[in-house]
Design a protein around this ligand. Sequence first.
Ligand code: ADP
Ligand code: MG
Length: 223
Amino acid sequence: TEKLLFESEKLTAVGQLAASIAHEIRNPLTTIKGFLQLIKNSNGETKEEYYSILSDEVTRIELITGELLVLAKPQAQDFQQVNIGKMLEDVITLFSPQALMQHVEIHCEIPEIPFVNCIENQLKQAIINVVKNAIESMPQGGNIHIKVKAMDGSVHIMVRDQGCGIPKEFLDKIGSPFYTTKEKGTGLGMMTTLKIVQTHNGTLEIASKSNQGTTVKITLPIS
Ligand code: ADP
Ligand code: MG
């Protein structure tokens, strides 16, 4: 089992982030431009094919900008006392269609947990990103265990999957903008989650073993 505690260093390089965002958006834009040109002189089946490529690329830009917007408006929301158990139940409900389709069962263990002071929408998004990764790590299906524990003035939220795991040498890449191993991934989910956890003065740890699974643990101060 390998552990990693994220440093804040990764996110301070605003310029680097801006450059990689520009790059990630320019790529699909270049493709779109090229295919728009081609569509002009094509017909029938070819046109259909080009449209579908265009549509995929537009969707990709939409995904990227959508994920970045989560980070763009943190000041708009306030910290509130939130029932974290209810929040987790909402997240599980949200994923139930996808989980069903992928033969993933989500098990949840939430004891009596104190309310957590957080920006509700943000924390929910952070957990959504983690659960989504857990589901995606098990294309053949499996179990996800979500566990919440309160201890020493902190609340620990653990999401454990039985998926592909993360090879040791790639652990410290997780959370870097646009780092993804998925064909249709954005590589923004963990960066967003990490940023949100930091906004909440929390920590994020990953324990993972190739082909056995991953546990993501988010720790937040209670008060
Ligand atoms: P994306 O999901 O779009 O690829 P993320 O930032 O959410 O972007 O995740 C980055 C990468 O971290 C993933 O592509 C995957 O390689 C790895 N990863 C994250 N969570 C898990 C997990 N639970 N199991 C296996 N790999 C994971
Ligand atoms: Mg993801």
